[in-house]
Design a protein around this ligand. Structure first.
Ligand code: ADP
Length: 280
């Protein structure tokens, strides 16, 4: 049974659904609000666990109530947390407003996600069959993970930033959406940095490797928030299970599409059964 380690962020997401985005100085009444556990690290770890694979999450939460909630929730999912640090300070927080047209604004306080230093990383990274990282930690921490990892290395440089170039250079697989690909200077640039394989996700059109587009199943999408995280989780799982790259991308497309069928991010991540049963 393969074992995957995700090294990444944990954020508490606070959503306020409003008629219009607030103007400077304006106090608005929300139509409703919601609180969710998120962060790309947390979401991708949950995505892998839902696919039935052993996974550990390495990251940091604060010594506050949100940190406590994360610890309980990870235990509930059966996600390993020996590499999760509880640090003095606040757990990451995202304040998200969403208007009636679906436009949003996000204020992100990384909190202790940015206190996780390379020295705090543990041995589980070296022992993993695959390691999956994103761009929400301090770049030097993510880069150190890539040096410690001995198995498959998957990098999802989101949000995009060239300070992650050394991590991209050490990656077996890089996953970016179209916006991130262009922010990072295009796929040729990513390959020139040293990324062995670059996969670009194209929303409902599926995803692309080299010049080949691999289509996603058609679904009636209600909320595409968790799609990218579901895709990264499923691609890593399929590759570590030994499936060929094209086949792995096709399966990750199915997971991304399945994540669009439910609202929310971590709540929307599909189980293996849901991915396999999705009709094309
Ligand atoms: P991100 O959420 O990071 O911007 P994408 O929107 O490209 O990423 O979505 C990731 C993957 O999820 C896509 O490659 C595709 O496989 C799947 N996906 C996303 N939106 C849809 C959709 N509306 N219908 C079907 N599949 C989708």
């Amino acid at each position: 049974m393969p074992h995957i380690v995700v090294v990444g962020s944990l954020n508490q997401d606070l959503f306020a659904y409003v008629e219009h985005l607030p103007r400077r100085g304006e106090t608005l009444h929300a139509r409703h609000s919601a609180r969710q556990l998120g962060g790309k690290g947390f979401n991708q770890a949950v995505g892998i666990r839902r696919l039935g694979v052993d996974v550990d999450l390495v990251g940091a939460v604060g010594d506050d109530a949100a940190g406590e909630t994360f610890v309980r929730t990870l235990d509930g999912f059966g996600i390993g947390r020996t590499g999760l640090r509880r640090l003095e300070g606040s757990t990451g927080l995202a304040l998200i407003t969403v208007d009636e047209g679906g436009e949003n604004t996000i204020v992100l306080d990384p909190g202790v996600n940015h206190s996780l230093t390379p020295e705090m990383l543990d041995d589980s990274i070296a022992g993993a069959d695959a390691v999956l990282v994103q761009g929400e930690l301090r770049p030097e921490t993510t880069i150190r993970v890539m040096d410690m990892a001995k198995g498959l290395k998957v990098v999802n440089p989101a949000p995009a930033g060239l300070e992650l170039s050394p991590a991209i250079a050490r990656a077996d697989v890089v996953v970016v959406n179209e916006g991130e690909a262009s922010d990072l200077g295009g796929t040729d640039r990513l390959r020139a940095l040293g990324a062995a394989t670059v996969v670009v996700t194209l929303g409902q059109r599926g995803s692309q490797i080299d010049n080949t587009v691999i289509p996603a199943p058609r679904v009636v999408a209600v909320d595409s928030t968790g799609a990218g995280d579901a895709f990264c989780a499923a691609l890593t799982v399929a590759l570590v299970e030994g499936r060929p790259i094209d086949d792995s991308i096709a399966w990750a497309n199915r997971a991304g599409a399945a994540a669009c069928l439910r609202h929310g991010s971590s709540e929307a991540l599909p189980t293996r059964d849901e991915v396999d049963r999705l009709r094309f």
